[in-house]
Write a protein that binds this ligand. Structure first.
Ligand code: ATP
Length: 441
C-alpha cells in the first residue's frame, strides 16, 4: 500500500484524471491555494452538502436554514473580534522575504529559511490578519473597506432575531447554513485541506444558559454519528479536545473531529461552545437588543448560549476521498477503486454495450436515457475493452455497471456488476432503474 505522501499524490492525480478536482487557473500556472471542482467533484461535494442539509435541516423541526451574504457590514468583524484577534504570528525571511507561521516547529527551532536556506533568517514575529479586505462602492478611495467573511457563523448571529421572529421557533433551536468563507492562510496546502477560499457547513444552536453543557454533549455525539453515516471507517476518526491555550477567544469548550489523513491526524469539523459571546457583542456594537424573551414567562429574558457545529465541506470531501481510495490486486493488475458510499458517488451507474454492433449500442443508449429521465446520474461508455471501461468507473467510484450483451436481445436481461464485490447478476431491463434507485437511497 502507498505511504502517506504517495497516497496524496495518487489521489490528486486521480482527481485530475477523472474530473473531480483541478488546480484553479491551471493554464496560468495555477494559484496553489485554491482548487476547482470538475464534473464529478461538484457532484460529490454537492452530495455531501445535501446529506448534511438533510440531516441538519430537513429531518429536524428545531433547525432553520439560512443563506447570508458573504459581504457584511464592517462593524460585524469588529464585534466578532476578527479585526483585532484573527491573526497569526508570522516571521519573515530577511533574505527572500517569504513569510512563515512563527509557531511552525521547523521555523522555531532551526531559525533557517526552508525556501532559500538562509541561516538566522528570522526576527521577531509580527501579527498578520487573515481576513481578505476589499472595497465596497464605486470610487476606491472613498469606498468603505469590507471583508470577505472568514466564517459563515456571523451571518447567523446577526440574523438571530429575524429568524426567531419569522419562524416562531423557541429556544432551544438552531440555524444552519452552507457557504463560502475566505482566509488568507499563511501556509495553505495538502490539496483541498487548507485553502484560501473554502466552504463551511455550520449550525449554531441557541440554548438557555446552563443547558449548554448538555447540548454540547448531544451535538458532539450527533455529529460523529453523521460522519459514520457517510461510511467513513470508525478507526480513522477520533475526538480531540482543545486545551485551554488552544481555545478561540469566544469558546468555553471545543472538540475537533479528526481524521487520520495520509499526512496525519487533523481536524475537519469542530464542535464549539461559543457561550453568549457573539450575540452579546453584536448587542453591544449595534445597540439592538438581541435577547430572547421566554414566551410563557415573559419576565425570563436572556442572551442564549450557542453550541456550534462547524465543518468544512472541502475538508469533509477530502476525508471521503481519502477514506474511499484503495488499490487491489486483480488478475495480476492493480485495480484502483474509490469505494464511495452509493449515496455520495457522483455517478450511480454506467451503461456499456459489450460490442459496437448488433443493435447493442442503441439498446444501451435507451437504458442510459431511462436513468437520466429518472434523474439518476448515469454514464454511457462504448470505447475500449470492457475491462478498461470497468476500471474507469472503479476510479470514479461508480457503484454499478450494466453491460448489454447478446443475451439481452434474447431474454431482455442485462448484467449488473457491483463495484466492491465484483459480483455480477442478471436483471431484467425494465427492472434496472428500480434496482439502482433502491440501492442509492
Ligand atoms: P485549522 O486549525 O485547521 O486552521 P480552524 O480551527 O481555524 O482550522 P475553524 O475555524 O474551527 O477551523 O473552522 C471550521 C472548519 O472549517 C474546519 O474544521 C475546517 O473543516 C474548515 N476550514 C477552516 N479553515 C479552512 C481552510 N483554510 N481550508 C479549508 N477548510 C477550512
Amino acid at each position: 500500500m502507498a505511504n502517506g505522501g504517495d497516497l496524496m499524490e495518487k489521489l490528486v492525480s486521480l482527481c485530475k484524471r477523472r474530473g473531480f478536482i483541478f488546480q484553479s487557473s491551471e493554464v496560468y500556472g495555477g494559484t496553489g491555494s485554491v482548487w476547482d471542482y470538475g464534473p464529478l467533484g461538484v457532484e460529490l461535494k454537492r452530495n455531501i452538502k445535501d446529506a448534511w442539509w438533510r440531516s441538519m435541516v430537513h429531518e429536524r423541526d428545531d433547525i432553520e436554514g439560512l443563506d447570508a451574504a458573504i459581504l457584511m457590514h464592517p462593524r460585524v468583524w469588529e464585534a466578532s473580534g476578527h479585526v483585532a484577534g484573527f491573526t497569526d504570528p508570522l516571521v519573515e525571511c530577511r533574505n527572500c522575504h517569504r513569510r512563515f507561521r512563527a509557531d511552525n516547529p521547523d521555523i522555531r527551532w532551526t531559525d533557517q529559511c526552508p525556501v532559500c536556506g538562509t541561516k538566522e533568517a528570522f526576527g521577531e514575529p509580527r501579527m498578520f490578519n487573515l481576513m481578505f479586505k476589499t472595497f465596497m462602492g464605486a470610487v476606491e478611495s472613498e469606498a468603505a473597506v469590507v471583508y470577505l467573511r472568514p466564517e459563515t457563523a456571523q451571518g447567523i448571529f446577526v440574523n438571530f432575531q429575524n429568524v426567531l421572529m419569522s419562524t416562531r421557533q423557541r429556544v432551544p433551536f438552531g440555524i444552519a447554513q452552507i457557504g463560502k468563507a475566505f482566509r488568507n492562510e499563511i501556509t495553505p496546502g495538502n490539496f483541498i485541506f487548507r485553502t484560501r477560499e473554502f466552504e463551511q457547513m455550520e449550525m449554531q444552536f441557541f440554548v438557555e444558559p446552563g443547558e449548554d453543557d448538555e447540548w454540547f454533549e448531544y451535538w458532539k455525539a450527533k455529529r460523529l454519528e453523521w460522519v459514520h453515516s457517510l461510511g467513513i471507517r470508525p478507526g480513522k476518526l477520533r475526538f480531540q479536545e482543545h486545551s485551554p491555550d488552544e481555545l478561540a477567544h469566544y469558546a468555553k469548550k471545543a472538540y475537533d473531529i479528526e481524521y487520520e489523513f495520509p499526512f496525519g491526524w487533523h481536524e475537519f469539523e469542530g464542535i464549539h461552545n461559543r457561550t453568549d459571546f457573539d450575540l452579546r457583542r453584536h448587542q453591544e456594537f449595534s445597540g439592538k437588543k438581541l435577547e430572547y424573551v421566554d414566551p410563557v414567562n415573559r419576565d425570563k429574558r436572556y442572551i442564549p448560549y450557542v453550541v456550534e457545529t462547524s465543518a468544512g465541506a472541502d475538508r469533509t470531501t477530502l476525508v471521503v476521498l481519502a477514506d474511499a481510495y484503495r488499490e487491489e490486486e486483480l488478475e495480476g493488475e492493480t485495480r484502483v477503486v474509490l469505494g464511495l458510499d452509493p449515496r455520495l458517488a457522483p455517478l450511480k451507474v454506467a451503461v456499456f454495450p459489450l460490442v459496437k454492433k448488433d443493435g447493442l449500442p442503441e439498446l444501451a443508449e435507451r437504458i442510459h436515457h431511462g436513468f437520466r429521465k429518472a434523474a439518476i446520474p448515469a454514464f454511457y461508455d462504448d470505447s475500449g475493452s470492457i475491462g478498461k471501461r470497468y476500471r474507469r468507473q472503479d476510479e470514479a467510484g461508480t457503484p454499478f455497471a450494466i453491460t448489454v450483451d447478446g443475451q439481452t436481445l434474447e431474454d431482455q436481461t442485462v448484467t449488473i456488476r457491483h463495484r466492491d464485490t465484483l459480483q455480477q447478476e442478471r436483471v431484467a431491463v425494465d427492472r434496472v432503474v428500480d434496482f439502482v434507485r433502491e440501492r442509492i437511497a
